[in-house]
Design a protein around this ligand. Structure first.
Ligand SMILES: *[C@@H]1O[C@H](CO)[C@@H](O)[C@H](O)[C@H]1NC(C)=O
Ligand SMILES: *[C@@H]1O[C@H](CO)[C@@H](O)[C@H](O)[C@H]1NC(C)=O
Ligand SMILES: *[C@@H]1O[C@H](CO)[C@@H](O)[C@H](O)[C@H]1NC(C)=O
Ligand SMILES: [Zn+2]
Length: 408
């Protein structure tokens, strides 16, 4: 048995080092700050070239953009750079990927590493077996036929629902790790105040809204963001640009090779389509829908589409958002900005939070966290930051819920 395990581990090691995986050796990330409208438009032009990988989107004058550049285009890009205020931000992306210390084969579940889909799912199944208040829920089947697995935690009937969504952008691994951290705290915390809050709600937790993308980001291309459905020569739609509310209304692309490709139609992706059905089935009872992404350290309030719509209770959402961000900063001094999506990030349409609130106006609280960091590691947050990120984010979510309770 031990020998078989060893062989499996060795085979996995070979697969991971023999070049099946896309290498980011000598890819560099530059941080550019557009200083005027012309520079902004020039960056938007460059964004159309899929050889440059934009880690965030071009938004406003004076708001920075992180652009990953492959070695082969370095010379060409340095000429472009002369026109902009810029910094070399990450010298070698592959070094950061190597530091993530990826655990390839099945291992015990913990928060010292980022785990693969099977390991996360096995842990969810384990919880459903060993914790009487946990059951598995199925959000649908992905394009490559993987289950979109989540859990429901319910201590008593009649509770309102808190929905935690993570991993819709597959390369944002810290989002998946953070919701599993929160889930574990809800089940195991010895703090009576936390137990009371945990038990006062039904929790739906989905660590991986985009399981195909997640596995692809683990085994083939660390920077993969989209689904894996083929579109001509390119793959995948951005599952957070594909929901059927103000679809293609700003900050999305209709070009399949683009990282923000909105899909061929609203809900063209089986993942968003099935998850929307799942959410509709329980939406009457949802108190809060909270999404998790990375990176930037902002707490976002809908809506993201170009119309600059705001929720009816926008002021209240901002007030609670501020309290949440203040609480989040207490443990490690991690600073967040709070605001409507276009205010604190950029216009982006077809996101899950826009659809959830736009089609379910009775849901009082919809928020999206962009977790650590502010770009030092970007999507490649070192695993020793999983627990601190989990701790501060759990504090924030609990603080948020205490505010919900004050309204009652
Ligand atoms: C951008 O920042 C500069 C200072 O660095 C300032 O003079 C300018 O007004 C800002 N522009 C906008 C549109 O915020
Ligand atoms: C998913 O399963 C269906 C039914 O078994 C099969 O027809 C299809 O080819 C599978 N898709 C992929 C991408 O494996
Ligand atoms: C939230 O905090 C910011 C910054 O401190 C402040 O400008 C804003 O008025 C606050 N919003 C609410 C609704 O409290
Ligand atoms: Zn994201």
């Amino acid at each position: 048995m031990k020998i078989i395990l060893l062989i499996v581990v060795l085979i996995n090691l070979v697969i991971s080092s023999n070049g099946f995986k896309k290498s980011y050796n000598n890819f560099k990330v530059y941080r550019i700050i557009p200083k005027n409208k012309d520079q902004l438009n020039a960056l938007k032009e460059i964004e159309q070239n899929p050889s440059y990988i934009f880690w965030n989107e071009v938004s406003y004058v004076n708001r920075s953009v992180d652009i990953m550049v492959p070695p082969i285009l370095q010379n060409k890009f340095s000429k472009i750079l002369q026109n902009f205020e810029h910094k070399l931000w990450i010298k070698n992306v592959q070094d950061l990927i190597d530091n993530e210390n990826v655990v390839e084969s099945k291992s015990t579940f913990d928060w010292h590493n980022y785990h693969d889909l099977d390991t996360i799912y096995d842990w969810l199944r384990y919880l459903s077996v060993y914790y009487p208040h946990v059951s598995l829920v199925n959000g649908g089947i992905s394009y490559e036929n993987r289950t979109i697995l989540g859990v429901k935690v319910s201590f008593k009937p009649g509770n309102k629902i808190i929905f935690l969504e993570a991993g819709i952008h597959s390369r944002e691994w810290i989002s998946s790790a953070t919701v599993t951290y929160i889930l574990n705290e809800l089940l195991t915390s010895n703090d009576p105040a936390i137990q009371t809050i945990a038990r006062s709600r039904d929790w739906y937790v989905f660590p991986n809204f985009n399981p195909d993308g997640y596995q692809y980001s683990r085994t083939k291309d660390r920077m993969w963001r989209k689904t894996r459905k083929p579109y001509g020569g390119c793959y995948g739609a951005d599952p957070n640009r594909n929901w059927n509310y103000h679809w293609m209304d700003g900050g999305s692309s209709n070009w399949p090779c683009n990282d923000a490709f909105a899909g061929s139609s609203p809900f063209s992706e089986i993942e968003t389509k099935s998850l929307s059905h799942f959410i509709s089935g329980i939406s009457y009872n949802i108190e809060a829908y909270i999404g998790f992404h990375s990176y930037s350290q902002v707490l976002m309030i809908p809506f993201g589409h170009a119309g600059l719509e705001v929720p009816a209770n926008n002021v209240e959402l901002k007030r609670i958002g501020n309290i949440t961000a203040t609480k989040l900063s207490e443990k490690y001094n991690t600073k967040y900005r709070v605001g409507n999506i276009p205010e604190v990030m950029y216009v982006g349409s077809g996101g899950s939070s826009d659809w959830v609130l736009g089609t379910n106006r009775h849901i009082p609280y919809v928020y999206t966290f962009e977790l650590r960091d502010q770009g030092k590691y970007g999507f490649l947050l070192p695993p020793d930051q999983i627990i601190p990120t989990g701790e501060e984010t759990f504090d924030a979510v609990i603080a948020m819920m205490k505010e919900f309770d004050k309204k009652k």
